[in-house]
Design a binder for this molecule. Structure first.
Ligand code: 4AD
Ligand code: MG
Length: 448
């Protein structure tokens, strides 16, 4: 009987003398209570005899007020000396105050500085991108980057939940591969013992094997392309979410992509309001995304593009200005299907009514974000696929296993790949994909 009582007493005393560690995102639950915050000094202001410390802990930012006349002399001294990004532990009473950023502040009664940061290189003023990129390991701490990374997390979770809830199995695909999936011009070569290997450009081919084993699958991981182009939409390492389904045709693939986008947007709008606000992203731009998205053929897209870009010819691949014309024309995500086979990958099934067309589909995002999704129905006939592998001059030996899938119970199947970073850029309304991944890899850029 005595033991639980002693425990309860110890707990109560502990609570009185050692306040509970609280994350700033939950601070509103502790109004009028004493808490302990562990974090870093984000910024500081002074006004006469009052110091305002803005403290961040990764989950949010809270203001701590230290008044010379009220606070302990030692605390006031620390508040005067503490520098940006110094690590600290602070205790104090939570008080609701509408003037404070976030609506609550902490009346500090103790501050322990764990490490005083000297000359933090990113002061609160504006900096150029060339200055910030090599400092990415520190730049991530900024309010804006924090918001983007949080939205990235919620987008990933929403996408996974969308597929998990429908019984898809996440089957991982390899990163070291013996052959190309998306053309041989953007391969990163790796020495694989005495053999040449490549970093994966897409998990699709292995996904096809997994779909025949498990029915409906997805893979989600980093993919690599030795892009020669330096644009705001290209990374050399980017993440792709790729579902693949057995017994599905082009229309079903488009339906799946459409439902996925709608689901993701709903989740972001409900989970990431604060972050969208931090990024000054107008939520109505996302709220206005409604299904059904327009579905047009490549041929129809060419007609629309030609009105603004008269030099564009049937058979050309879309570049950024052409995608922008489509995006502006519809102001919704748009599916473009039935591309000329000549500009698409070897594995795409051809239209049974017109051999020159591939049953591929791209989704072009609104507001100039360009191609966010690429996919389609796969060639499921062994002999036709073999012919294509030869036409595209791909190494036949490396694709034997892929051809096997057409020998042993072939079926109509397909899927797509969603480029995660381009999707995040669109949702966040930021211009360049380099800010949508913690450590971007770009043409000639691999530090830090
Ligand atoms: O259109 P892509 O090349 O399609 C595939 O790789 C298919 N094998 C996917 C599949 O069907 N399972 O790439 C898919 C998406 C693009 O629409 C784009 O959003 C993104 O991946 N992407 C890139 N994102 C950032 N940087 C790059 N260099 C990208 N290349 C493609
Ligand atoms: Mg593509």
């Amino acid at each position: 009987m005595t033991k639980p009582r002693i425990l309860l007493l110890t707990y109560t005393l502990n609570r009185l003398y050692y306040p509970m560690h609280v994350y700033i995102e939950n601070i509103a639950d502790y109004d009028g209570k004493k808490v302990l915050i562990k974090g870093w000094l984000h910024n500081k202001r002074s006004s006469g005899k009052v110091r305002f410390l803005l403290i961040r802990d990764g989950t949010g930012i809270v203001q701590s007020v230290i008044a010379k006349d009220e606070a302990d002399e030692k605390i006031f001294e620390i508040a005067d000396k503490i520098t940006q990004e110094s690590s600290l532990i602070i205790t104090g009473m939570v008080r609701k105050d509408d003037r404070a950023p976030g609506g609550y502040e902490i009346i500090a009664d103790s501050i322990e500085v764990l490490q005083m940061a000297i000359d933090y290189p990113i002061s609160p003023k504006e900096h150029s991108i060339d200055y910030l990129l090599p400092l990415r390991h520190l730049w991530l701490r900024s309010r804006k980057q924090n918001a983007i990374m949080r939205i990235r997390h919620h987008i990933i979770k929403a996408l996974r939940d969308f597929f998990d809830d429908q019984g898809f199995i996440c089957a991982d695909t390899p990163i070291l591969t013996p052959a190309a999936c998306e053309g041989t011009t953007t391969l990163f070569k790796v020495d694989y013992y005495d053999q040449e290997a490549y970093l994966s450009q897409s998990g699709q081919l292995y996904n096809e094997a997994a779909a025949a084993a498990l029915g409906k699958v997805y893979c989600f991981g980093p993919t690599f392309r030795a892009e020669k182009s330096k644009t705001r939409k290209h990374l050399t390492e980017f993440w792709m979410l790729e579902p693949e389904v057995a017994f599905i045709e082009l229309d079903g693939i488009i339906d799946l992509a459409e439902d996925m986008i709608i689901y993701m947007i709903e989740k972001v709008l409900s989970k990431s309001k604060t972050e969208l606000n931090t990024l000054k992203r107008d939520p109505s731009k996302l709220e206005s995304i409604k299904k059904p998205f327009p579905r047009i053929s490549y041929k129809e897209a060419v007609e629309i593009i030609k009105k603004k870009e008269p030099d564009f010819k049937y058979g050309d691949d879309f570049g950024a200005p052409h995608e922008a014309v489509i995006g502006e024309h519809f102001d919704q995500p748009v599916f473009i299907h039935h591309f000329p086979a000549a500009i698409k990958a070897f594995y795409m099934k051809r239209d049974p009514n017109d051999e020159s067309l591939a049953l591929g589909v791209d989704m072009i995002g609104p507001e100039g974000y360009g191609e966010l999704i690429g996919g389609g129905q796969r060639e499921d006939d062994h002999d036709i696929l073999l012919k294509r592998i030869k036409e595209y001059k791909l190494p036949e030996e490396a694709f034997q296993w892929f051809l096997d899938l057409r020998k042993f119970g072939t079926c109509p199947h397909g899927g797509f790949g969603l480029g995660l970073e381009r999707t995040i850029a669109w949702i966040c309304g930021i211009k360049h994909v380099r800010e949508t991944i913690p450590f971007p890899r770009m043409l000639d850029k691999i530090y830090p």
